[in-house]
Design a protein around this ligand. Structure first.
Ligand SMILES: *Cc1c(COP(=O)(O)O)cnc(C)c1O
Length: 377
């Protein structure tokens, strides 16, 4: 029995004819750049997420970068974020010459700790020359961050809040969908994300018409009337029409997949309940629903467990083995080991299990069986 960490082939088998029809339509009209599928997708995404504007772009990374560019963030500005995320979240801050200021995570949700966020903002204001400008909370593993607190803190200090929803499209927070929880949000259509295309892609969500207009301009070389009229320095950051076509086919089954992800996650949590002396299952606060981009647990003897699973042909992943404040890329920021103890200890114990909507009961029982066998030895 083969178990995939994320099974994109099972999904493709289910919707292959719809994908082929969509691709054929693009080949027939030939509008490969900003073709009609891009605009159809943007309308469907905006309506799904519940925002006025969905601006598609070339990747999740560019979806994070473009709003920061639109805000004019640069040297001497501070942007607050978590060190326990994929590099892209903080990379875009540094790329613009601004300073990423890390804030430790909550030990249960793995998302940015709101109390520590408030402390860090005050520290930067009181003891540095940096101007606090924005916060980028990450909805890690598909679980929305603590937006009630984060938006209140941001509001008190006049900071822009950009939700990194790369992993959380389809999740919800108190009746609102991820992508609609801050001033703007960035998502990714990287193939392994909950809604993935067959290449790179991303989108920005916002209700702000001024911001949306600037983002349409930035993604096409800072265009004005057209791309030969340039209002600002921008990017080539469009989503390919072919990728939009693939996403349109996938969106038809996405709400159903989100439901199935809940079932798979609940089955893991139930199946692991009696191992609570050895591992900690994911925490989901009341009123919040994760989309389970990853099912990540904290495990005793993590590395041995991973080896055992691997022996049994069961893939796992470590997200993330090294927090961002310890990455060489950010050595210039002057952080050291011990600065964010929760992120550091989480990185040493975390492990993600195979997770996707097509994981069968039998496959899941096998994963659970190997884990429970391992801890009963
Ligand atoms: C994947 C990811 C990104 C970047 O998305 P790309 O489409 O790969 O550029 C950013 N932030 C987080 C949290 C991610 O998981």
């Amino acid at each position: 029995m083969k178990i995939d960490f994320i099974d994109l082939k099972a999904q493709q088998r289910k919707i292959l004819s719809e994908i082929e029809n969509r691709i054929s339509a693009v080949l027939a009209h030939g509008k490969y750049i900003l073709g009609p599928e891009v605009f159809e997708l943007e309308e469907k995404l905006a309506s799904y997420v519940g925002v006025k504007y969905a601006i598609t772009c070339s990747s999740g990374t560019d979806a994070l970068l473009m709003p920061l560019m639109a805000l004019g963030i640069g040297p001497r500005d501070a942007v607050f974020t978590t060190p326990f995320t994929f590099i892209a979240t903080a990379e875009v801050i540094a790329l613009l010459g601004a300073t990423p200021v890390f804030v430790d995570i909550d030990p249960r949700s793995f998302n940015i700790d709101s109390e520590k966020l408030a402390e860090q903002i005050n520290r930067v204001k009181d003891t540095t020359e940096l101007n606090p400008k924005a916060i980028i909370p990450v909805d890690l593993f598909g679980l929305p961050a603590d937006y009630d607190s984060i938006m209140a803190i941001g509001g008190r200090h006049g900071l822009f809040v950009l939700e990194d929803a790369a992993q959380s499209l389809g999740a919800n927070y108190k009746e609102r969908l991820a992508g609609n929880l801050a001033h703007a949000a960035a998502t990714s259509f990287f193939p392994a994300k909950p809604l993935g295309c067959y290449g790179d892609g991303g989108a920005v969500f916002t209700d702000d018409s001024g911001l949306a207009e600037t983002l349409y301009s930035i993604r096409v070389h800072g265009k004005g009337i057209d791309k030969y009229d340039n209002l600002r320095v921008g990017l080539n950051a469009r989503l390919d029409t072919l990728q939009a076509a693939i996403l349109l086919a996938k969106m038809e089954i996405f709400p159903q997949e989100v439901e199935t992800r809940q079932r798979v996650a609940q089955a893991y949590t139930a199946g692991l309940a009696e191992l609570d002396r050895h591992l900690v299952v994911p925490y989901v606060p009341k009123g919040i629903q994760s989309v389970w981009a990853q099912y990540s647990l904290l495990a005793e003897k993590r590395d041995e467990l991973i080896r055992e699973l691997k022996k049994e042909d069961i893939p796992t992943m470590i997200y993330y083995p090294k927090p961002l404040h310890l990455q060489s890329a950010f050595a210039g920021l002057g952080y050291k080991k011990g600065d964010f103890p929760v992120a550091e200890s989480t990185a040493e114990r975390i492990c993600s299990l195979p997770m996707h909507p097509y994981l069968s009961d039998v496959q899941q029982q096998r994963v659970l069986g190997v884990i429970s066998e391992f801890f009963s030895r």
